[in-house]
Design a protein around this ligand. Sequence first.
Ligand code: EPZ
Length: 420
Amino acid sequence: MDALLINGSTKLEGEVTISGAKNAVLPILAATLLTREKCIIRRAPNLSDVSFMGQILESLGATVKMEDGVIEVQASRITPFGDYDLIRKMRGSVCILGPLLARLHKAKVSLPGGCVIGSRPIDLHLKGLEALGVKIEIDSGYVIAHARRLVGTEVFLGGRAGPTVLGTANIMMAATLAEGVTIIESAACEPEVVDLAKFLNAMGARVTGAGSPTITVTGVPELHGAEHEVIPDRVEAATFAIAAAATGGEVVIHGARPDHIHAVLDKLREAGVKVERNGPSLKVKRSGRLKPVDITTLPYSGFPTDVQAQMMVLMLLTPGISIITERIFESRFMHVSELARLGADIAIEGPSAIVKGGRPLSGAPVMASDLRASAALVIAGLVAKGKTLVKRIYHLDRGYENIDAKLRKLGARIERVEET
Ligand code: EPZ
């Protein structure tokens, strides 16, 4: 198993290009199940989650070709029965439920388990599907669903923590082939939902209002093949911006969509980081002292939960107290105990982490617990004095394409090693 060995106290300098978005390409790949015709997806990131989704589509009967960031999928003949183990392993695969029900009026897929960041139920997904007329049973770890017909209706998808991203995606996809009009209220507004709607409309669907809390889908008899270029990964862009600021460097980020990370850039500026926009590129520079800022994670366009851990590292370097409150997932502070190994002083009070910043960090062996926690540990390792060994980086490879190579190009002393 791989680990990353980082020799710290490095300033990141130079240019980096952002890859396609993991959280956009996964539901878009699921949407290819809605048609028999070939679909071509461009700027697809080379990530383990993406190849996993490819395997899931193949297990349903689709042909999948992945090469140099281009994925061709043809789902001419598919089965409604998904591979239990494959699907159980990746939560993102829950969004095959909507397309299977829309196309085949039945589906049997394993219930996605919880994960370290939270229990992550799918009650809102099921509520939305039942509103469209689907009969659902949970049995032996499976979601078993069928419907004589799917009929458009109005459904409210707001939950305990606000809207659901993949829940919105699932209902939007199921509604594309339903009879009549579906109105999704309290829909997620994330850019990934907008990108999925764009792809669905390219396939001949009639989706309006994506990006707002009210999405309207007018059902059509069938969809055709389409081509689509995935949006850049806003979480990767935010991660590199924070890494540049944390190391006191200067980095130009190409291919990002700055308009997708306003909340992050706003907090970086508040903390004293220089952020300049130059068309689609961003220049992030930090020279002076940082100022503590408070962060609360919220649904889009608020501060993204997927950037909370990385921002915590920046606040660790900042003299003073900053409070980071996690409002989306109930246990997304797994990185705190590992950061403490590097010398961090963070106290957890309910949904908040109280960060006492300004103490120097020193390198140590640490363990990644989930995707974004691992990105935070890498940034901390770049700053810490001496060597940091980040273990279980398979988490990182799920969501960051060649991150160590990209960091090396910016001057980081980082190498992939065999974990002992
Ligand atoms: C998506 O997950 C992303 N994953 C997550 O990114 C991201 O953290 C999350 O949205 C929030 O932005 C993908 O797109 C593949 P939710 P999703 O449903 O859709 C609760 C990463 O690091 N909820 O919007 O699964 C849920 O428990 C990953 O790239 C219900 O209660 O998240 C959570 O507290 C991690 N019932 C909140 O809503 C439901 O039926 C938001 O979850 C569904 C969700």
